[in-house]
Design a binder for this molecule. Sequence first.
Ligand code: ATP
Ligand code: MG
Length: 138
Amino acid sequence: MFTRILVAIDGSESAKKAFEESIYLAQKCSSKLDLVHVVSCELGGDSATTFELIDELKTKAEKMLDEYKTLAAKNNVSIEIMVIQGDPAQVIIELAKTKKHDLIIMGTRGKSAFQELLIGSVSQKVMHHASCPVMVIR
Ligand code: ATP
Ligand code: MG
């Protein structure tokens, strides 16, 4: 059970909590973790400035996920990191399906400023459409 876990990381405190829980679960179940950050394609356009900005966001995300990788290694948890461009919920749902994850772990909230919402739109969409169980950490 829970041998391959997908953890969605957006740089928020909520996702950090989700990561911490995933480490705990991975230790208990000897799971392999895949960490993903999606660089949102809301940044439309095809100007050089857009491409530069996307590159910058990808580099920043890789650095952030590298730090998580180090933390996982310290806890003897096997981990892979991925930075993908696209619609966050769609990428998470597709990835879990193609890579046959048996659990997705994510935060209730993300980096958005709309704090009055109980749950963010990415978590909500993944919960509705994922092909495997979803654990939403608060
Ligand atoms: P919204 O984005 O709907 O305005 P929000 O930012 O508060 O609200 P979500 O974006 O749904 O809430 O974030 C909830 C969780 O979804 C995060 O804790 C994280 O686990 C995951 N998530 C959100 N965006 C991304 C992303 N770009 N890449 C990877 N995971 C993400
Ligand atoms: Mg968000």
